[in-house]
Design a protein around this ligand. Structure first.
Ligand SMILES: [Zn+2]
Length: 201
C-alpha cells in the first residue's frame, strides 16, 4: 500500500500531512525506524482559600487550592498539553475550552485519560515524562510517589519513566508569595510499533 496513507490515519485531528510523520515509516530500521516526538506543557493557576490543591488527581493538604473552571489541577493540565503537543493534536484550551460549561469542575485526570487515548489512537505510547511543580506550599516530596503512580496509571506507562519534582520560587513573584502554582511537563512519545503504523484500536 502507499506508504503516505498511514500518517493521516495515525493522527486524527492533525492538520494536513506532516513531513515528520513519514519518519516513522522509514524502512529498514535504524535511526528513523521508531519515530519519537517531544511535547512541552506549562500551566499556571491562582491559589485561593476553599479550593482543593490537586496534582495529577492527588489532593495535597494546603491552606489554599487551585482556582479554575475545572478542578484546577495544574499538573494534569500541563501533562495534557505536553501529550497533545507531542502528538500534534492541538492544546487543552481548544479541546476543553473554559467557556464550555461541560468542563466546569471537570476531573482533570479524566481529561488526561481522554487526551492519552487520543494519542494512543494515533499510534503513540509514552516513552518518558518529566515534570516540575513550583509552589511555596505544600511540599511535593511526601506525595511524589503517589503523584508519579497516578500519572503512570493514566498514561499506561511504568512509574520508572514518569518523574515529578517540586520547587519553590524562593519568595519571588506571585508564586513565591503563595498566590499561584506553576506546572511544567516535558514528554516523549514513541511509535507504539517500530514500523511507525498505528496499532488497531
Ligand atoms: Zn490549568
Amino acid at each position: 500500500m502507499a506508504s503516505a496513507a498511514a500518517p493521516d490515519q495515525a493522527q486524527p485531528g492533525a492538520e494536513g500531512r506532516e513531513p515528520e510523520a513519514a519518519a516513522g515509516q522509514c524502512r529498514g530500521g535504524g535511526a528513523c525506524g521508531g519515530a519519537m516526538r517531544v511535547g512541552l506543557g506549562r500551566d499556571f493557576h491562582r491559589l485561593a482559600k476553599g479550593r482543593r490543591f490537586l496534582l495529577a488527581g492527588v489532593e495535597l493538604p494546603a491552606r489554599r487550592g487551585e482556582l479554575g473552571h475545572s478542578d484546577g489541577d495544574a499538573l494534569a493540565h500541563a501533562v495534557c498539553d505536553a501529550i497533545l503537543g507531542a502528538a500534534g493534536l492541538g492544546d487543552i484550551g481548544e479541546l476543553f475550552p473554559p467557556s464550555d460549561p461541560a468542563w466546569k469542575d471537570a476531573d482533570s485526570m479524566a481529561l488526561l485519560r481522554r487526551v492519552f487515548s487520543m494519542a494512543k489512537a494515533g499510534g503513540w505510547r509514552l516513552a518518558g515524562l518529566d515534570c516540575a511543580v513550583t509552589c511555596e506550599e505544600p511540599k511535593i516530596l511526601p506525595f511524589r510517589a503517589e503523584i508519579r503512580r497516578s500519572l503512570a496509571l493514566a498514561l499506561e506507562a511504568p512509574v520508572a519513566i514518569v518523574f515529578v519534582k517540586g520547587k519553590t520560587a524562593e519568595g519571588l513573584g506571585p508564586i513565591g508569595k503563595g498566590k499561584a502554582v506553576e506546572a511544567l511537563a516535558v514528554c516523549l512519545l514513541e511509535r507504539a510499533r517500530a514500523d511507525g503504523r498505528a496499532e488497531a484500536q
